[in-house]
Write a protein that binds this ligand. Structure first.
Ligand SMILES: Nc1ncnc2c1ncn2[C@@H]1O[C@H](COP(=O)(O)OP(=O)(O)OP(=O)(O)O)[C@@H](O)[C@H]1O
Ligand SMILES: [Mg+2]
Length: 506
């Protein structure tokens, strides 16, 4: 869908000239022969992305149009056209909110640059609103882009959590959007007018952790030349976001637990505790339960933080989000880079949706960035994603039996980790999806055939026996599927074996 430019001029020849130029740039053109006609179009809800406006017209002139637009709160960028020597008018027009001006007769290059800048500024204006909300701590759940059912249900839970002060632990791989969600929780709750303070627990020097979190008195230790308010006190009344909370050293964990239990902190070298009222949202991309098992993370603290766990699924589990996120990043980055890219082919979107995205949304954002920089035209295609295309080809060319693919796809770190847990622990991770046991009761690796059979049985039950869907998801042909059903003596109606709500070996 191309962007729409409205050309306003009472002189038919001038109007046709500009119209032809703008069409050649690849925009759609609407025309108006008077200020009044232009206003009717602009206020009538037509999707108009930019206006090229003649200043001198009978009745309602260009300045009049600008004034009416401003009164109506319409921010569509306007480029004014002025005759030679009309400098006073230009000044008035710029004051009245015009985005740029060009002198008649305008050359195509000048007009194209001007339009491109105006449109980029418009796309950025939307993004600026988001950035502004981010700075003010008023990003909300609506700012988290998602189409997939998986993410939608996560966001519904997040919305409920946001309305209370329940401690939230956000779990998920790197780059899935944990921090964005933490900010959205803050911005959607009753504390939105209060500070959102983020601390990256993994980046704190070990010797300063306590002082940074809880503050210190002047002279508390060598180098403490000034009194320092800790992050807890800074966040008073608002939200403290403990990012990478699993990285906290044990002594700091003890103090954190105490602060959470008592609702007060004790600055290093201080004599008395200070009452604080903070909401805690924490995040981790580590396996905190494994850390608890290995005594790297205090169990009591884990349960304090883990009151409301939120699992953000990796991007490969929600491919429906890929097109929406891609378009969003494309608009923003193209504007930032001043490129005229504004569309992506369906083929390229399909390619991106098939990729596994080990670096999740952050990787997608960087990939779109590269593509925008590479792009020459207005549309990005498959050729702008050489790495992704190559990796997908590699995946497909791997010389393994096709049936192995779905199995390896299931064995990602979450699943493998869960498979190694005792049933009770596995229970606490419920909601992360079904699991596949890789070892038998004696701890030996299970035969490939068993695993394959289990995956197929699960897929059959998961897609309620819809064979084409099962084949599509397993990325095997229907005939291969039928052959395997025969080999494995499955009849297509098998139900999976359930162990503690998870799919597992008997
Ligand atoms: N659903 C989304 N909608 C819009 N932008 C998103 C979404 N998810 C992630 N992003 C963007 O992707 C980038 C990575 O997100 P974020 O920093 O929140 O991830 P993270 O899970 O905290 O990663 P890490 O574990 O590496 O710290 C950010 O620029 C963020 O704005
Ligand atoms: Mg983060």
């Amino acid at each position: 869908m191309s962007q729409v430019v409205l050309v306003v001029d009472d002189d038919p020849v001038q109007r046709r000239l500009v119209e032809a130029m703008v069409q050649r740039f690849g925009y759609e053109v609407l025309t108006a022969d008077s200020g009044d006609a232009a206003l009717t179009l602009l206020t009538g809800g037509n999707p108009i992305d930019a206006v090229v406006l003649d200043l001198v017209m009978p009745d309602l002139d260009g300045l009049g149009v600008l004034a009416r637009l401003r009164d109506a709160g319409i921010g569509t960028p306007v480029i004014v056209q002025t005759a030679h020597g009309g400098i006073d008018n230009v000044v008035s027009a710029m004051r009245a909110g015009a985005a740029d001006f060009v002198v008649k007769p305008v050359g195509p290059e000048r007009l194209q640059v001007s339009l491109r800048n105006a449109l980029a500024a418009k796309a950025l204006a939307g993004e600026l609103q988001r950035i502004k909300r981010k700075q003010e701590g008023t990003l909300t759940i609506d700012d988290v882009i998602s189409r997939s059912p998986a993410m939608q249900s996560v966001l519904r839970a997040v919305e409920k959590a946001a309305a209370s002060v329940i401690p939230v632990l956000i779990e998920g791989e790197s780059g899935v959007g944990k921090e964005l969600i933490a900010r959205a929780i803050h911005g959607s709750g009753g504390r939105r007018a209060k500070p959102f303070i983020a601390v990256n627990c993994g980046a704190l020097p070990e010797t300063l952790v306590e002082s940074i979190l809880f503050g210190h008195e002047k002279g508390a230790f060598t180098g403490a030349t000034e009194k320092h308010t800790g992050k807890f006190i800074e966040a008073d009344g608002g939200t403290l976001f403990l990012d990478e909370v699993g990285e906290l050293p044990l002594p700091a964990q003890v103090k954190l637990l105490r602060a959470l239990q008592e609702g007060e902190v004790e600055p290093v070298g201080g004599r008395k505790s200070v009452k604080v009222d903070v909401r805690i949202v924490s995040a981790t991309n580590r396996d905190l339960i494994a850390d608890v098992k290995a005594s790297r993370f205090r169990e009591d603290l884990f349960y304090r933080l883990h009151v409301f766990p939120v699992n953000v699924p990796p991007l490969r589990r929600r491919p429906e989000d890929v097109p929406e996120l891609t378009r969003h990043f494309l608009t923003r980055i193209a504007a930032e880079e001043g490129k005229r890219v504004r569309a992506i082919t369906g083929e390229a979107l399909a390619l991106l949706s098939r990729y596994r995205w080990p670096g999740n949304v952050r990787q997608l954002e960087n990939t779109v960035f590269r593509a925008v920089v590479l792009a020459d035209g207005e549309e990005i295609g498959v050729s702008e994603f050489p790495q992704i295309a190559a990796q997908i080809d590699d995946d497909n060319a791997t010389p393994v039996q096709p049936a192995l693919e779905p199995v390896t796809a299931l064995i990602d770190p979450w699943v493998a980790r869960e498979a190694s847990l005792a049933p009770a622990e596995r229970h606490s991770l419920a909601g992360m999806g079904p699991t596949l046991r890789l070892t038998d009761t004696r701890g030996e690796v299970r035969p490939l055939e068993d695993i394959e059979s289990e995956v197929i049985r699960f897929a059959l039950s998961h897609y309620r026996g819809q064979m084409s869907e099962v084949a599509r998801r397993l990325k095997i042909g229907r005939s291969t599927l039928y052959r395997k059903l025969e080999e494995l003596e499955l009849d297509g109606k098998e139900a999976p074996i359930k162990v503690n709500g998870a799919i597992g070996a008997p």
